[in-house]
Design a protein around this ligand. Structure first.
Ligand code: ADP
Ligand code: MG
Length: 258
């Protein structure tokens, strides 16, 4: 590296143009080869820096969102589960629901693709440059409980509950919550109501949600009232996708229908 390159690198870093220092020699070489005007060279260089910066931001946002796996809508087989209309999901994937602070609730048995769809919508959202938080209901309760005990509840709400443009809470209903936890979850729903979208998934139909929220029918009704006021409900049914391949291999018998 010659002295001028070192000086340019130093100036780029001072201006926080991290990629430009390494990009510019190649871009300059191409510009010289194509006899580009200086302004075209500068434009190309700025474009490359911007693109790399956006890619880095999206990678960081994807990591921070905490998705359990990378799943996309392209990988989703719409012919598999009953109740999932491709047109409805494609419409939702346009992300207009986020602008209207509407919710999506995915209801259906285990293995039907709820986490897959929630993740795919979440990834679409990060690709649009918006912040997403994916968390299981059990982990959310643990974190809320810990924040409350440590006197950091307000901070937790500001940052984790209200910070993201989309909050995804997966697997409501697998673990029953105590009264305290049910109250905290109610606050999550109430705080985001008409302010920011949530995607929720559950194996329980709404009529049974009280069983997971400390058998508190009043609290559950008030929560569902807010949650479902502006919501898209995707009711999925059918057998587990996880069992499909096993069944194909003959390891699991098909359930007999009565
Ligand atoms: P759930 O959250 O409803 O229990 P998951 O979304 O975790 O189910 O799905 C279980 C597995 O099956 C995942 O690996 C998921 O990617 C896959 N899967 C489920 N439904 C579909 C589908 N319709 N098309 C493609 N893959 C699917
Ligand atoms: Mg799941």
């Amino acid at each position: 590296m010659n002295l001028q390159q070192e000086r340019i690198g130093h100036l780029c870093r001072q201006l926080k143009l991290e990629s430009m220092a390494t990009l510019y020699p190649a871009v300059a070489q191409d510009a010289a080869r194509d006899a580009l005007p200086y302004s075209d060279f500068l434009e190309r260089l700025l474009e490359r820096e911007t693109r790399l910066r956006q890619e880095r931001t999206r990678e960081v946002m994807l990591r921070m969102a905490g998705f359990p796996a990378i799943k996309t809508l392209e990988e989703f087989d719409f012919g598999f589960a009953c109740g999932v209309q491709k047109s409805q999901i494609q419409e939702l994937a346009g992300l207009a629901f986020l602008e209207r602070a509407e919710n999506i609730v995915l209801i259906g048995p285990s293995g039907i693709g709820k986490t897959h769809l929630a993740t795919a919508m979440g990834i679409r959202t990060t690709q649009a440059g918006l912040k997403v938080k994916f968390i299981s209901a059990a982990d959310l309760m643990l974190q809320l409980g810990a924040a409350q005990r440590q006197g950091r509840l307000k901070e937790y709400f500001n940052r984790t509950v209200m910070g993201p443009s989309l909050l995804i809470v997966d697997e409501i209903g697998y673990l029953p919550f105590g009264r305290e936890e049910a109250n905290l979850f109610f606050q999550v729903v109430a705080k985001r109501y008409e302010k920011g979208s949530m995607i929720l998934s559950s194996n329980l139909p709404f009529g049974q949600w009280a069983t997971t929220f400390a058998d508190d029918a009043t609290l559950t009704a008030a929560m569902l009232d807010r949650l479902l006021h502006h919501a898209h409900i995707v009711s999925m049914s059918g057998e587990s996708y996880r069992l499909k391949d096993k069944r194909k291999a003959g390891a699991v018998k098909k359930p007999t229908t009565p």
